[in-house]
Ligand binder design. Sequence first.
Ligand SMILES: [Zn+2]
Length: 268
Amino acid sequence: MDNIIDCHTHIQDGSFSPDRQAVIQRALDAGITHLVVNGTSPEDWDEVLDYPNQFPSVIPCIGLHPWFINEVDDNWLDLLEQKLKLSSNAQIGEIGLDQYIEDRDEDTMEGVFREQLNLAEKLGRSVSVHCLKAHGWLQSVLADQGIPSAGMMLHGFSGSAEIVKQLSSKYDNLYFSFAGNVLDTSRKKSREAIKAVPDDRLLIETDAPYMMPPDEYIIEGEDPEGNTRNEPSNLAQILPGIADILGIHQDDLAQQLYKNTKRLFPLK
Ligand SMILES: [Zn+2]
């Protein structure tokens, strides 16, 4: 199996600092030809944008994540636009809505999200969206705002099959990305949701270093110090597991996922 794409990772995370090069090489050796890496605040944007110079398999995304909206200067949006204009391959992410955060300012969060959707439309970039316990809220924002023309992926999708059906029939450039935790047999809602996704709208990801798959799907699950850490090479094991849930051959799934990913990200 080749041409597997990890559609959502955070390779800039400090847990990869000791051995980032080795992690990316392991992914390549496992057939993961591209990694989408998501920045989360101005603090990491430059590092993420520089990765393709060091690691040609990286596709960069930069954006302001809902966890960091209170930590930025007023000029963050101008800065984001400037950096994106200089990086034609970069897309926008990770952005989104989160109702899991306890002390949240929903007005600011929604404003920041909408501004980045507008920027995506203006610059013709796709967006990678974090939506945690906020699917109703997301649906109302999208009903009003629409989806950027270049497309949107909902990363680490955690909504129900019903939400998949509603959203996929309404928006033809919306994609649903699942991480390895869907392989946990106790996650019945997610396993029903993935089956409801139309073939041409499915994506997969590791969300490395987060969202660890169940033990039997882990190839590498620790950093050099022995701390738990998910990494992109695990996708080579996750993909066949997802093919089993869907009842299709893993090579057919890999081919379909490649086509889907190509509509959202520039694959060289
Ligand atoms: Zn993420």
